[in-house]
Design a protein around this ligand. Structure first.
Ligand code: T1G
Length: 689
């Protein structure tokens, strides 16, 4: 037997070990060898029972995602599981690490499942735009019941071993030598004698199924699908398990899977799966990372408090520094409240809340930062203020400490130059709320040393962030493209679109929220301050700000908000203001369709992405996709702006940009050479930088 699948024998119990690093994915060669092993063991008289386990850090973490989109090579997972269920001898899956997707489906083909206490089990296929295609939608409900199966499969969220035991997904949970215990259980079953019922023949959990309750929960979950097909297909497939005979439900699952795996949405989500991992590869293993045991955060406002929580959530002690005791206390109180809300919602245990709060130390004295290995500033977005802070940090931070600025726009090279240690300085651009949003733009300044970049990229993943390294320019990657996406918003209003129409076009596209609702939420005053600092104007938004309409915080912006509700209501004053401005500019309003709204906002954004690649501000187009999906809510089913450009058609994008550039002469429409090259070659590679 090859090293990928080996067989041991323990007093008549065969132990089959899969060894396919790094996550024991069920690649073709593993499936082929596993099938051979199981067939031979099924027919081997000296073998009384079979245990399936994995070497390395985890049980099978799924089918091999790199095989999707290629011809299926038999045996496929379904054939493996079907064969498993023909084995009359007791079969046991010994699960450690993460049994996910096809890995859990393989385990469902066994009579029994035992798990290590630290194991997690789940069917996350929906996050790849798929559904469990190895029988998971038909077998899981038979063990945990329809409603639990529906929730697990539509959310894709794994459960811990203890919950799996309580739900009936596993038969025992152990600490210590899992294989020995799996062998012992198998031997006990042999002694007890069969027959052993395969999962496919267990119907008691289905017989009690309450179809109306199921449909109610499925409808509620499907409402959150926001145009994604996979969650709907997942719910449908689990429902089939309740209403169809097993084999028919299994065949229907296969049909749904085949349709999804060939679809653009799954291709987009699989692209993002690998893109996130590619983006995090900052440097080889040979680059020695610095040790980060304690983090200092300067500024306890919205961003500083959120950043401090992000580190505490990753288990890191945090020293939070403010200028006054009163500001510090305000920040710590907000943090305490945030954790209390999570605990009340049940997303954080009381114990975990206490542990996290114990990680915080407050101070108003820079000297208290001397034991920090990383210090992040989140102070006012003014260069002079940042330079003053880093000047003081330079004096107190210990040698080798990493200094990071959370600036959203400012020149990190200029900040670095204000210290004696530019090699230890970089940008860590968190997105608000920093304790929630996944994206972390790591801004590589000219003198940032490679080990500092690699240390912070690893730290980002350790605290559950998705890191993307970006270069220094105004707005780095995300905010620079956001400006491009916003460049036509006011012209669209002046030409006849309404804020609600634009926002509706965005939510129909799959964005969580439209740009006008978003700016009302964030506050129009922020953009106003930025524009004034750069000598820019936005006729409509500036007028609203001059009238004191900053959005939700003042009860009106592009929309009206009554009694501090967050529900955006039409604002006749804004409609009138737009009409007046249009008339003042001699613009006769016309009907503007959704298609034009999306094209005139997203095409300039893609074009800006191409310019960013040409300048080497982003290393690869997929990094830009990772930024936009994790930092701004670009719909995952469209894979990010640069992936979506290929779906939309780069030729078409160029034609429209050329047309608008001819009409207006605006630079935002000047087609980047790399975009033309992409149209010819189909590849974003070959960018300068
Ligand atoms: N297939 C191929 N490669 C995979 C893989 C997979 N399923 N999972 C991980 N990798 C690669 C990954 O790209 C990276 O490669 C390396 O392994 C380490 O991964 C029929 C249809 C298991 C929780 O969705 O969630 O089964 O960058 O950096 O942070 O019903 O990997 O080193 O070259 O993520 O420790 C369902 C996906 C598949 C699980 C470990 N399963 N994987 O996290 O390591 S579809 C999944 C994960 C399926 C069946 C269906 C995570 C992890 P490289 P990593 P990690």
């Amino acid at each position: 037997m090859s090293s990928s699948v080996s067989i041991g024998n323990n007093n008549g119990v065969a132990v089959v070990t899969i060894d396919n690093p790094p996550v024991n994915a069920l690649s073709f060669h593993v499936r082929e060898l596993l099938m051979q092993a199981l067939v031979s063991l099924r027919d081997e008289p000296s073998v009384a029972a079979i245990a399936i386990t994995c070497a390395g850090r985890t049980f099978v973490a799924g089918a091999d995602i790199t095989e999707f989109g290629k011809p299926v090579r038999q045996p496929d997972l379904r054939a493996l599981v079907a064969m498993l269920e023909t084995i009359a001898k007791p079969t046991v899956a010994a699960i450690h690490g993460t049994a996910l997707g096809g890995g859990l489906e393989l385990a469902l083909g066994c009579h029994f499942r035992v798990a290590d206490t630290g194991a997690k089990l789940g069917l996350p296929e929906v996050k790849l735009g798929l559904l469990p295609g190895g029988g998971g939608t038909v077998r899981l409900p038979r063990l945990v019941g329809p409603l639990k199966a529906l929730s697990m499969i539509v959310s894709g969220t794994p459960i811990v071993a203890a919950e799996a035991l309580a739900d009936g997904l596993v038969d025992a949970v152990f600490d210590g030598d899992l294989i020995a215990q799996a062998v012992s259980i198998a031997a006990d079953m042999v002694a007890k004698g069969g027959p052993f019922t395969p999962v496919r023949d267990r119907n008691d959990r289905l017989d009690q199924a309450n179809l109306p309750a199921f449909d109610k929960q499925a409808a509620a979950l499907s409402k959150k699908a926001r145009g994604l097909e996979a969650p709907i297909a997942c719910a449908q497939s689990v429902r089939n398990a309740l209403t169809l005979p097993f084999d028919e439900a299994l065949a229907a699952e296969r049909d749904l899977f085949v349709k999804l795996v060939a679809g653009d949405q799954s291709r987009a989500q699989r692209h993002l799966f690998f893109a996130e991992r590619q983006a995090a590869k900052i440097a080889g293993k040979d680059v020695v990372r610095r040790k980060i045991a304690r983090v200092g955060v300067i500024g306890a406002g919205t961003m500083g408090g959120g950043i401090a929580m992000a580190f505490a959530n990753g288990g890191l002690p945090v020293t939070l520094l403010e200028t006054t005791q009163e500001a510090l206390q305000r920040g710590l109180t907000t943090i305490d409240k945030n954790y209390a809300v999570s605990a009340m919602r049940g997303s954080l245990s009381e114990d975990a809340k206490r542990q996290r709060l114990a990680l915080f130390k407050g101070s108003t004295d820079y000297a208290d930062l001397t034991d920090c290995d990383l210090i992040v500033e989140a102070v006012f977005e003014e260069m002079a203020v940042k330079k003053e802070v880093f000047g003081r940090l330079d004096a107190v931070a210990k040698p080798g400490a990493i200094l990071a600025t959370n600036t959203s726009y400012l020149d990190v090279n200029e900040i670095a130059a204000s210290t004696s240690r530019p090699q230890d300085l970089l940008g860590m651009h968190f997105f608000s709320p920093a304790n929630v949003m996944k994206l972390l733009e790591i801004v590589r300044a000219d003198k940032t040393s490679p080990d500092v970049l690699a240390t912070i990229a690893d730290l980002a993943r350790r605290i559950g962030k998705v890191p993307v390294v970006v270069g220094v320019c105004h707005g780095f990657v995300g905010n620079r493209m956001l400006a491009a996406r916003g460049s036509e918003l006011e012209p669209l209003l002046l030409e006849g679109a309404t804020p609600r129409q634009v926002d509706q076009a965005f939510t129909d596209f799959g964005w969580p929220m439209g740009p006008f609702q978003m700016v009302d939420l964030a506050g129009l005053d922020i953009g106003w301050r930025n524009r004034k600092a750069r000598g820019q104007t936005a006729d409509i938004a500036d007028t609203l700000c001059e009238q004191g309409h900053f959005g939700q915080k003042t009860g009106s912006g592009f929309y009206r908000y009554e009694d501090s509700s967050r529900t955006p209501l039409l604002n006749p004053e804004v409609e009138a203001l737009i009409r007046d401005k249009a008339a003042g500019n001699g613009i006769a309003p016309r009907t503007i369709g959704t298609k034009e709204i999306i094209e005139r906002t997203l095409y300039p954004m893609i074009n800006e992405g191409a310019k960013i690649l040409e300048e080497g501000i982003a290393a690869r187009a997929s990094d830009i996709d990772v930024v936009w999906v994790n930092g701004y809510g670009f719909p995952v089913g469209k894979g990010g702006p640069m992936f979506w450009a290929s779906l939309e058609g780069v030729d078409k994008i160029i034609r429209r940009l050329d047309h608008w550039h001819q009409q207006t002469g605006k630079d935002v429409f000047r087609v980047a050479p790399l975009l033309r090259q992409m149209a010819e070659t189909g590849s974003w590679d070959g960018a300068a930088g």
